[in-house]
Write a protein that binds this ligand. Sequence first.
Ligand SMILES: [Zn+2]
Length: 648
Amino acid sequence: MTKEQYKASVKQLIKWADDYYKYDDLSATDDEYDKLNRLIVEYEKRYPQDIDPNSPTLKVGAGVLEKFEKSSHITPMWSQEDIFDDDELDRWIQRAFKIVGHSDFICEPKYDGVSLNLIYKDGKLFKAITRGDGKTGEDVTNNAKTILSIPQTINHDKTIEIRGEVVIKNSDFHLLNIQREKDGKQLFANPRNCAAGSLKQLDSSITSKRKLYFVAWGVGHNSLKMDKISDIFKFLYTLGFKEAPIKKVCKNKNDIIEFYNKMIKIKDNIDIGLDGMVIKYDDIKHHTALGWTVKYPKWSCAYKFPAVEKTTKLNGILLQVGRTGVITPVAILEPVLIDGSTVAKASLHNFKQIEKLGLKIGDSVVVHKSGDIIPKVIKVLQDRRTGVEENIIKPKFCPTCDKLLLQEDILLKCQNLNCKDRLQNSIIHFASKNCANIQGLGSNIVKTLIKQGVIKDILDIYNITYDKLVGIETFKDKKINNLLEAIENSKNMPLDRFINSLSIEHIGEVASLTIAKKFSLGFVNVSKDDIVAIDGFGDEIANSLVEFLEINRSFIAKLINTIKPKELKIKEIKNNIFKDKRVVLTGTMPVNRSVIKKNLENLGAKIGSSISSNTHFLIYGQNSGSKLAKAKTEGTTTLSYDDYLKLL
Ligand SMILES: [Zn+2]
């Protein structure tokens, strides 16, 4: 590194640190930050005369936001020395060994959250201060008071500083982001980001809704008489602070490494984000002996976990057509090693997500991967753009069959029944119970028949012959005949089941029945206006059906020709006094109300629940209340139950 590079690197690191600590924004991954930080430290060791007094290597955190009151810690809140491999761990232990010899270590998780110092006076929470620059932080007392896991009072009347991490549990983080997605709000990139942003709200009522969680990991100023950190922990738990999900007193290096590997293995099962393991000398008398640097105590370090977030480049977008025809965009990435495996693709969920991220091809992006979780693009680093990035265009046509796609707010779907990528599902759904109900044509058989080339589309089901099935895997005489019979029996299925069998988005059993009753076989030519005119049918259903018909009309005509679905008989209701009239029922009737309702509906009446000027009849029973009075003012004809019987 040259002196010029050093200066530029310091500037870059200051910006990243400011974004991270002050503005809770992510402009670099921890991994990048750590790497640059180490290059700077190396340079500063070699050329101490060049050290920039503003270098972040000399500072804890990155100062304080103006919007909050500043407050001082009683004793400084240190940062941690980070170590990244077993050799560094060995060096860290050796360095201390020369001074204190053999001693126990207390190991517990390093939480990926925001550090907070709680000052208790006379047993009451007096102040809550963020780490800030280590001496002074932001006073977030009012916000801390909304966090349930922070005791408002403790059974200890001496002044004490209790330190810990404010986090949001992974499960709460996901729920919050789901809600924000629904509300059209910007998503939080990760739980740390979310916890920090939530703790530093000027309006405490927002903080109180965020389900923040506090885990204690140490003490600052105190007058405790304990000799060991592990005993202090036990004391904190008796005061009502939450316990670390996992911790251990380790005897030596091997013990530490074994516990570290165990923690990595189980960290994804813990509901709090962990990014490393903190190792401290358990014996407090060693702390004074080992001392402090300008930045951190020498008796404590953080053994970081392998990075789960890394920066890479988006090279392109792949469109995946799912089994149901839904199109999912997948990010094609410059391959990058994350958490032990090479990541070259990442999920983007849908085009709405691309829009929200502001993603362009060629962008630098932050990718998150941990354990078995599918890698995700969580952030676009827009300040790294060079101007050559390209917009991502939402496709209009299916990448597989080239047919027009159904476009909704989030959903993007190929509606072509015979699209190669969704064919298998089209057929499985067609043959299922509430559709064509072809027994013996379950998903495994469908897969086999497609593979063997026996069926290429739904229509081919009706071209299956005995000869075509003979010799295929498990098909024996009886099974073949049963299947052929079931196929034959599916002909003349009721029209509503036929419509339901076409897997049209938003159109299930109930909607199919309505459409079949309303349009009969003419449904293949309905317009958008015809559909939205039906009670309870909106634009989404109308668009879906009309576009589906547009794409599949000639194929459906062939299907109808072969299957000849049975049109539904619509009973002609004879003229009677209740036909097409609005009727309301009130009071206690001599028979069950649902019986009367059913009877009236059979007569063609429409049953309402409240009286309006459109109501024709009110049928009242015992103890009728306000409805009877209202009917009189609205001019509704009122009938007692006996009057009603006489009219039948
Ligand atoms: Zn398609």
